[in-house]
Design a binder for this molecule. Structure first.
Ligand SMILES: [Zn+2]
Length: 158
């Protein structure tokens, strides 16, 4: 039995998300993140990655990227949350999604998309609804640039 199923998302109201079909323990590999392996040159030259942030583009090493924006990559449906319960992991040219905390059956699976902070961050609002939502899709370590209270939280945690 798969650990996830596709359902209309609570975060992305126009889209779908992945939901846990049973309780998942921290550290469990949930799904592979697959796609087309392309060279850096290809991703730099492709218009596909020009206008928006490369939501589905992963850096594999200094030669290759992975373009996960393909229909057979179910893991692309995982939404971003400021309080994510999953994270991307990889080795060599393989990527997968792992639980970073215990997840309850029925919970939506979420990742931190890892966007850096830059001038167009407002293009990507976050509607994750978590208590620490910063309002935009920006990686955890950069959220204090948008809202100073996150600086404090980071200090407490480290
Ligand atoms: Zn959020």
């Amino acid at each position: 039995m798969k650990l996830y199923r596709i359902k209309k998302s609570n975060i992305d109201r126009n889209g779908r998300g992945l939901y846990a079909t049973k309780d998942i323990k921290e550290g469990t590999r949930i799904i592979d993140y697959v796609g087309k392996i392309i060279t850096k040159k290809q991703s730099e030259e492709s218009e596909k990655f020009d206008n928006s942030k490369p939501i589905y583009l992963f850096n594999l090493n200094n030669k290759y990227d992975l373009d996960g924006n393909v229909s057979w990559n179910t893991a692309r449906l995982i939404n971003h949350s400021c309080l994510n319960n999953c994270d991307y992991e990889g080795q060599g040219l393989k990527l997968w999604v792992v639980a970073i905390k215990d997840i309850k059956k029925g919970d939506e699976l979420t990742c931190d998309y890892g966007f850096g902070y830059d001038s167009d961050y407002k293009q990507f609002p976050c509607k994750c609804g978590s208590i620490n939502c910063v309002g935009f899709i920006v990686r955890e370590g950069s959220r204090w640039r948008i809202n100073k209270k996150f600086k404090k939280i980071l200090r407490v945690n480290r």
